[in-house]
Write a new protein. Structure first.
Length: 202
């Protein structure tokens, strides 16, 4: 039996019993696309990452662990509203090493993202946008020394050059690939920035 609750805040107040299942209807509010399914692991002491591993307040041992094989940015608290700095949430999702889905929205980033080997980062098309929110993000999406990485079906907005005039953030590369192999980049729109390739195996 799966118990349904409203959000992550409520989950943090709910200690589970062994293998209990809980479905969150959203991250902040029901139906905000941040819903997830969790199982209680009574022996876990994993660090709370804000999305796939949730600790209960005041409980040292025992964690809610996501049962899903993929993660989406909104399950980590990203808002995708084009205003909120979503960097920490996006980075936390990528750090799981699972495939990461970008729901429709504009996610503001102020530091570089580093993908892992055997990882997929994908969206719903040009409505799924990763947008630079600072100068100098030379590796907005970085793939360095990795294998078997797929980046697909979303848009990167560098917030910078339009035509031949810089009108926004500068020095942003949409995707950089260094000394990596078996890298797939497809159905990707890169606007107001660039794409870089380096290394003999890229």
């Amino acid at each position: 039996m799966i118990t349904k609750i409203t959000n992550i805040a409520q989950l943090r107040t709910r200690k589970g019993t062994t293998n209990a299942l809980v479905e969150t209807l959203g991250y902040y509010t029901a139906s905000d696309e941040g819903g997830n399914t969790y199982q209680w692991n009574a022996s876990s002491t994993l660090s709370d990452n804000g999305g796939s591993v949730i600790a209960v307040t005041g409980v040292a041992t025992g964690r809610w662990i996501s049962t899903l094989s993929t993660v989406n940015l909104k399950q980590f608290g990203a808002k995708g509203d084009g205003t909120t700095n979503d960097t920490a949430a996006v980075a936390a999702a990528i750090a799981t090493t699972k495939p990461v889905f970008i729901p429709t929205g504009t996610y503001i980033l102020t530091s570089n993202l580093v993908l892992n080997s055997n990882q997929q980062l994908y969206g719903e098309g040009t409505g799924s946008v990763l947008k630079a929110g600072a100068d100098g993000l030379r590796d907005l999406v970085g793939i360095n020394g990795k294998t078997n990485v797929t980046v697909s079906n979303f848009k990167i907005d560098g917030g910078g050059q339009t035509t031949n005039v810089f009108t926004g953030f500068k020095y942003c590369f949409g995707v950089t690939v260094y000394n990596s192999s078996n890298i797939t980049i497809e159905n990707l729109t890169i606007d107001k920035c660039g794409i870089a390739r380096s290394g003999s195996n890229a």
